[in-house]
Ligand binder design. Structure first.
Ligand SMILES: CC(C)(COP(=O)(O)OP(=O)(O)OC[C@H]1O[C@@H](n2cnc3c(N)ncnc32)[C@H](O)[C@@H]1OP(=O)(O)O)[C@@H](O)C(=O)NCCC(=O)NCCS
Length: 137
């Protein structure tokens, strides 16, 4: 999974990869495989009895736009619904952050039923705004 994330340097910094490695030990998730190779992943954590957050997600660049992300999200949602989770949330950089790769990330969430929920001004250590999105399961 970290290898997939390393193939996505526009999204994941060295610090991001370190945080991710720790989260992978604790969070549930699914991987997409092609033969023996992992080509995509999704992880999530439960925050309250009815609320979960999508922590990390990535699909190798050459496998993107083939529906793998959507399928991984569906699998996570099915598992969370079985656990009686009602709301799934996801966080990313807000559109005040002029960085095109994050516009693609927001487009993925919005195409998959997430609605903008809240913007937290200056949330990230570098001062960037955070967009919180939510989806009812
Ligand atoms: C976000 C990500 C996991 C999506 O994976 P994917 O397998 O490419 O997504 P899908 O093929 O299932 O896309 C589903 C829909 O989302 C939307 N979408 C996905 N990528 C998009 C893009 N680059 N631009 C616009 N819309 C996009 C489209 O509506 C797409 O349907 P379509 O291809 O029929 O038009 C992948 O782009 C990725 O790894 N991004 C970098 C890391 C990241 O942003 N992670 C999330 C935060 S941790």
């Amino acid at each position: 999974m970290l290898e997939v994330a390393r193939a996505l340097p526009q999204w994941f910094t060295r610090e991001g990869l370190e945080e991710m490695a720790q989260d992978f030990e604790l969070h549930d998730g699914f991987v997409a495989t092609e033969g023996d190779e992992i080509v995509g992943f999704i992880t999530y954590e439960t925050l309250a009895v009815d609320l979960a957050e999508l922590s990390w997600m990535g699909v190798r660049p050459e496998y993107q736009r083939r529906g793998i992300g959507k399928r991984l999200l569906q699998l996570a949602q099915e598992r969370l619904i079985a656990q009686r989770i009602k709301i799934l949330q996801a966080a990313t950089a807000a559109d005040s952050v002029l960085y095109e790769p994050y516009a693609r990330t927001r487009a993925f969430y919005q195409a998959n039923g997430f609605r903008d929920y809240r913007v937290d001004r200056g949330y990230f250590p570098n001062g960037d705004d955070r967009l919180l999105l939510q989806k009812e399961l």
